[in-house]
Design a protein around this ligand. Structure first.
Ligand SMILES: NC(=O)C1=CN([C@@H]2O[C@H](COP(=O)(O)OP(=O)(O)OC[C@H]3O[C@@H](n4cnc5c(N)ncnc54)[C@H](OP(=O)(O)O)[C@@H]3O)[C@@H](O)[C@H]2O)C=CC1
Ligand SMILES: O=C(CO)COP(=O)(O)O
Length: 313
């Protein structure tokens, strides 16, 4: 089946490069004036197998469409182009929760394209690493096993290894929630609170991720896999992560380029609203939501998290 990637940012472009090892791939972007080298992936030239186009009608002739758009842009994009997306195999790579609907990408897609086969591709993977052909392992989540197996074959390469799961909720929530915790980890390091505090944030953040995701039907083992713990580990420990760097800037009291995609900021607000609605305790997410909107100081957030009532782990 032919493959197109919708969204020519860092990740869409990296995936196009990787998957083109298996055959021709179309990469659609609304601005492709950069030609064969995307400035978001400097120094990397697209292989001949990748066709870049700004013609969405042409790109959506492919049967499998990878949606590589930021989570907060996905809903509007789906609604605007719904007529081109019906009956397709739609694979979301967005790692966030929609702020207006309080749902993950798979639910957004299902609402607009009820006949589509829906999957999620997620896991620990910096675009630059994938684009350079470094070995990477991802999770492909799809409730329909035959489609999951077909997508796994179609999108795996000798350096991009996909594991599959039917747990779409767990996979997409792991990817969304780890971005929130990565901001918190960045704050901790930026503020000079140290590596021990970062380990505490990662561990208690993982507890929050698991609490919300399992409440919404996810399997705990999915959260412990590549899409949850794997991506959490990567993003909380690497300055390659935009979410981590955004948190670091908050911790240092520095400005951060508002044009940079930082999924965890809006997702922290969505998670906080969702947790309130569901009666769940998500204190780290709540602090990240406040910090990223300028609604709390780093000192207040640290004091709040450290002086909550003592409890069992
Ligand atoms: N970068 C990474 O390492 C990874 C990213 N992801 C996830 O992939 C998703 C995309 O991230 P990434 O590629 O890095 O982000 P980028 O900021 O690099 O690119 C975002 C892309 O989305 C496009 N876009 C934004 N809004 C719209 C819209 N309304 N219609 C059409 N195109 C739009 C932008 O177009 P324009 O340039 O015209 O604004 C741009 O090409 C995110 O959810 C991210 O979490 C997942 C794994 C790794
Ligand atoms: O999701 C990612 C790595 O798996 C990319 O993280 P950032 O969006 O924080 O750069």
């Amino acid at each position: 089946m032919s493959v197109a990637i919708l969204g020519a940012g860092a990740f869409g472009t990296a995936l196009a490069i990787a998957i083109s090892a298996n055959g021709p791939v179309t990469l659609w972007g609304r601005d492709i004036s950069w030609g064969r080298e995307n400035p978001r992936l400097p120094g990397i030239t697209l292989p001949d197998q990748v066709t870049v186009t700004a013609d969405l009608q042409a790109a959506t002739q492919a049967g499998t469409l990878l949606l590589a758009l930021p989570a907060q842009a996905l809903g509007a994009f789906l609604s605007e182009h719904a007529d081109l997306l019906q009956d397709k195999w739609l694979v979301s790579t967005a790692k966030g929760i929609d702020l207006t609907r309080l749902t993950g990408p798979s639910t957004l897609i299902a609402e607009v394209c009820p006949k589509a086969t829906i999957a999620v591709l997620t896991g620990p993977s910096f675009a630059a690493d994938i684009a350079r052909g470094l070995p990477t392992a991802l999770t492909l989540a799809c409730a329909e096993d035959r489609a999951a197996q077909a997508l796994q074959q179609m999108l795996s390469t000798p350096v991009l290894r996909l594991y599959r799961t039917p747990d779409v909720t767990g996979a997409e929530l792991g990817g969304a929630l780890k971005n929130v915790i990565a901001i918190a980890a960045g704050v901790v390091i930026g503020a000079g609170f140290g590596d021990s505090a970062r380990a505490a944030i990662i561990t208690r953040g993982f507890a929050e991720m698991t609490r919300l995701a399992t409440h919404l039907g996810a399997r705990p083992e999915t959260l412990a896999g590549l899409s949850g713990l794997g991506d959490l580990t990567l993003t909380c420990t690497s300055v390659q992560s935009r979410n981590f760097r955004f948190g670091q800037a908050l911790g240092k009291g520095e400005d951060f380029d508002p044009a940079t995609t930082v999924e965890g900021a809006a997702t922290a607000r969505a998670v906080t609203a969702l947790a309130e609605k569901l009666g769940l305790d998500m204190p780290i997410a709540a602090m990240v939501a406040k910090l990223s909107q300028g609604g709390a100081s780093v000192e207040h957030a640290a004091e709040y998290l450290m002086t909550r009532p003592l409890k069992e782990e």
